[in-house]
Design a protein around this ligand. Structure first.
Ligand SMILES: Nc1ncnc2c1ncn2[C@@H]1O[C@H](COP(=O)(O)OP(=O)(O)OP(=O)(O)O)[C@@H](O)[C@H]1O
Length: 281
């Protein structure tokens, strides 16, 4: 247990958050380990952004406790929040260029002098705002560029922990793939612990190594890539037939269970709907 806690970048215990009579979070318990890419998945309105706000201190929780990097007190929690970079919706000055926005936020984070220019150049490169784009006014940016600027802001100063709330929202497949690639780089190259949310389950399937499924105000389940693999059938059989019902009855007569038809593997989406009911349609 001790090593489990010391390995925790973020831990939430029984967090309740109510707005008036509406209990948005009804006892959220979750742990994000150092070095994880943790995917927080759940439908629109499930409470993903609210969980992030509780972690970041952007809104007070009603009860429960939050610990960041092993913090044991409110004072330590407050201090350790500075280890988190976050993107919870784009937040920038439209009349300033991408570069000027990052310079402003870098200065606000206490980065100064020569280091400030170096850091802003580094971040512009990492998020791919280069080739003159960095000098255009942010209000003229495409959605993808705005997301990149928001993510750039979050990674200024190379934080230990990075929170990304729906960073691929509204992007085209190329934009989504680019951000996925960036997320892996943040962990693999920069050593960050990353928590990323999405309401589109397949998007994180190959990016995150652990998932928390948010449903009805709680983490209904935490699962790993290994859990997903374990759910996959041990033997896959491909049959060629023009009479599927006959093939199925032959298998059934011989005591062979059909675990699944037509799909090659159990996806995160399958797992989710098996857990909470419903379908992707
Ligand atoms: N300030 C607030 N006052 C009252 N209700 C709120 C407030 N903020 C959020 N809620 C409610 O809390 C619920 C969860 O919202 P939240 O934004 O956390 O969901 P989400 O999972 O991030 O969804 P989305 O994918 O749509 O962003 C919603 O029903 C929302 O209406």
């Amino acid at each position: 247990m001790g090593s489990e806690i010391s390995n925790a970048a973020i831990r939430l215990d029984n967090i309740v958050k109510s707005y008036g009579k509406h209990d948005v979070l009804k006892g959220v318990t979750m742990q994000v380990n150092k070095g994880d890419i943790y995917g927080l998945v759940g439908k629109n309105g499930a409470g993903k952004t609210t969980i992030f706000k509780m972690i970041l201190g952007l809104s007070e929780y009603t009860s429960g406790s939050v610990s960041i990097d092993g913090s044991q007190s409110r004072k330590e929690l407050f201090a350790n929040r500075s280890k988190i970079g976050f993107f919870v919706g784009s937040n920038f000055y439209g009349y300033l260029s991408g570069r000027a926005n990052l310079e402003y936020y870098a200065a606000a984070k206490g980065i100064k002098g020569k280091e400030l220019k170096q850091e802003v150049d580094r971040v512009l490169n990492v998020v791919g705002l280069t080739g003159g784009k960095e000098n255009q006014k942010a209000k003229g940016y495409s959605l993808g560029m705005k997301q990149r600027l928001g993510i750039g802001n979050a990674i200024l100063g190379n934080p230990d922990i990075l929170i990304l709330d729906e960073p691929t929202n509204g992007l085209d497949p190329q934009g989504i793939a680019d951000i996925r690639h960036m997320i892996r780089r943040f962990r693999d190259e920069f050593g960050m612990t990353v928590i990323v949310s999405s309401h589109i389950l397949g998007e994180l399937e190959n990016t995150a190594d652990r998932f928390g499924i948010v449903h009805n105000g709680v983490i209904a389940k935490e699962i790993t890539q290994d859990d997903l693999s374990a759910k996959r059938p041990e033997v896959e059989l491909t049959v060629s037939t023009d009479n599927l019902e006959r093939a199925k009855s032959i298998l059934a007569e011989n005591g062979i269970d059909i675990l699944k038809e037509g799909k090659e593997k159990v996806t995160l989406e399958d797992y989710y709907f098996e857990l909470i009911g419903g379908s992707a349609e």
